[in-house]
Design a protein. Structure first.
Length: 251
């Protein structure tokens, strides 16, 4: 039945329509600290990772600081810099501002995938990229100027933040940190890049340092690269599940 008010306004050539209330943002896990909540909110526009992966990174930073693990924070595949922003903010919260942050990316989007690169349910990465004409999603396009500005917004010392542009297969190991790595985060999705990063950077990860793999559960190529690499090592490591795709290893 049309209400009397709706009948009245219709005589004026308009209508009354009830809209659903706006969707509320997903609730954050109850165990997050106030500092973690602040960082998650701060980096939200600059990351496509889940809250679980963001918090795992923040707590990994806290771990390497508290345990005195020496070395840099290294990220391969940064998109708009959200994860490195989270690392920088966590370092400042912990009072540790002397570590170098290394950000490796093409800063032009994803490199070309191969036949090894499919989603967990079999969709080919090449097909997904062909359909993604935007500046996010599978192509993960973000320019260097954007990432620089996002990192600068954290207030972390600019001379401690290093941006290395180009495919990792071309920039690593020539432009890798000279000293140890305390935390290594890999998020380049594909088999070839992930295998290359592990071969050249995992040996530099300090004992007690943390490796975070963003796409183990989502991209078959990344999973295969990780499994193949760790199968060659004499030590057996636990790949701790963060969420459906993220994995964490303490060396």
């Amino acid at each position: 039945m049309i209400s009397w008010l709706r009948r009245l306004v219709r005589t004026l050539g308009v209508d009354v329509v009830r809209f659903p209330p706006p969707a509320l943002p997903p609730a954050l896990p109850s165990d997050l600290t106030a500092a973690e909540r602040a960082i998650v909110a701060r980096v939200a526009p600059c990351t496509m990772t889940s809250v679980e992966r963001q918090v795992a990174l923040i707590r990994a930073v806290e771990h390497v600081v508290q345990a005195g693990i020496p070395g840099s924070i290294v990220e391969c595949g940064v998109w708009r810099g959200g994860s490195s922003m989270a690392a920088a903010l966590a370092l400042m919260d912990a009072g540790d501002t002397m570590r170098d942050l290394w950000l490796y990316d093409t800063f032009e989007g994803m490199t070309a995938p191969t036949a090894a690169d499919r989603t967990f349910d079999g969709a080919r990465a090449s097909d997904l990229m062909a359909r993604d004409a935007g500046a996010s999603g599978v192509r993960a396009v973000a320019g260097l100027a954007d990432v620089r500005a996002n990192m600068a917004s954290t207030g972390y010392a600019a001379d401690r933040v290093h941006f290395v542009a180009g495919p990792v297969e071309q920039t690593i190991p020539m432009q890798a940190p000279e000293g140890p790595i305390a935390l290594l985060r890999l998020d380049t999705d594909w088999h070839a890049s992930t295998a290359h990063e592990l071969a050249h950077l995992f040996p530099r990860l300090a004992r007690g340092g943390v490796l975070i793999i963003d796409d183990y559960g989502h991209w078959e190529g990344a999973r295969r690269a990780v499994d193949e690499y760790f199968a060659t090592l004499p030590t057996r490591y636990l790949l701790q599940r963060i969420d459906y795709t993220g994995r964490l290893v303490i060396k």
